[in-house]
Design a protein around this ligand. Structure first.
Ligand SMILES: C[S@@+](CC[C@H](N)C(=O)[O-])C[C@H]1O[C@@H](n2cnc3c(N)ncnc32)[C@H](O)[C@@H]1O
Length: 264
């Protein structure tokens, strides 16, 4: 996550709360499973987080490697993988590393490599985003498949991002039973094409003082056109530019850009 160095207790809490936040299923796992089934080879997820996508792929029998630079996110992935992969024949290897300039010892050994759910945006700068797409391409075998997914906020979304703090949800954390609320504010900066996000999680038993965890992120917006340019500059040939996880054609009004490309 790009909130800067956090103390270990905060980093561990934010990793746990990431999973609670993602209890609202984005609906992308079937797409990645279909692409992994298509190649039937080694799979690489960059910015794997807590394994939300990588673990179901490994549980479906795929041999998956996941890279992330947040040790606490990886700790959660490791614990979940042990419980969920079982005797599927699949595996999940987790690597703590920065995507920027990433070179795994296996090199170009992967048949499918992907960056899911806005991870590219969270890298914050154009240079880091291009480097991440290059890292995907550099780890693919010839004719291997890359996939990247970014959110495309529309003008109405951006106009709302004026720093106002809003309540996003309140829900129980099944691991503790505590009620957690998530509030957040977003501030769009047209000059840099970035959104500064501040997210506040508060949790605790009703009527008692709540614990409060704060994270800050800066998302750099990426257009479908820029995403295509990143892929082509990295030596990838765009196979599909879609507007969502069903791979429907991308076009005006699309809320996402989902790119599937082939290593040339
Ligand atoms: C939006 S989460 C996505 C997690 C997971 N792929 C998913 O779809 O649920 C973004 C992830 O990118 C990781 N990340 C951010 N910057 C990174 C970097 N420079 N190198 C490696 N991982 C990074 C964060 O730690 C976080 O786990």
């Amino acid at each position: 996550m790009n909130s800067g160095p956090a103390d270990p207790a905060t980093a561990a809490a934010l990793a746990r709360l990431y999973d609670l936040d993602l209890a609202d299923d984005p609906g992308d796992v079937d797409l990645y499973r279909a692409l992994a089934d298509r190649v039937r080879g080694r799979v690489l997820e960059l910015a794997v987080g807590t394994g939300r996508v990588a673990i179901p792929l490994a549980a479906a029998g795929h041999r998956v490697t996941g890279v992330d630079n947040d040790r606490h996110m990886l700790d959660r992935a490791r614990a979940r993988a042990a419980a969920e992969i079982g005797g599927s024949g699949g595996s999940l290897e987790l690597v703590e590393a920065d995507l920027f300039g990433l070179t795994l010892p296996e090199g170009a050994a992967f048949d499918f490599a992907f960056l899911a759910l806005n991870s590219l945006m969270a890298l914050g700068t154009r240079t880091a985003q291009q480097a991440a797409i290059q890292a995907l391409a550099d780890h693919l075998v010839p004719a291997g498949i890359a996939a990247v997914d970014v959110w495309l906020p529309d003008a109405d979304d951006l106009a709302r991002y004026d720093g106002t703090r809003i309540l996003e949800w309140a829900r129980p954390d099944p691991s503790s039973g505590a009620i957690v609320t998530k509030t957040g504010s977003a501030q769009y900066d047209a000059a840099t094409g970035t959104i500064a996000l501040t997210t506040i999680f508060e949790e605790g038993p009703q009527g008692a003082a709540a614990l409060r965890w704060v994270r800050s992120d800066r998302l750099r917006l990426v257009s479908a056109d820029e995403l295509t340019g990143f892929a082509e500059a990295a030596g990838l040939r765009v196979e599909t530019l879609a507007g969502g996880y069903d791979l429907e054609a991308h076009g005006p009004g699309s809320e996402r850009a989902v790119l599937v490309a082939i290593r040339t």
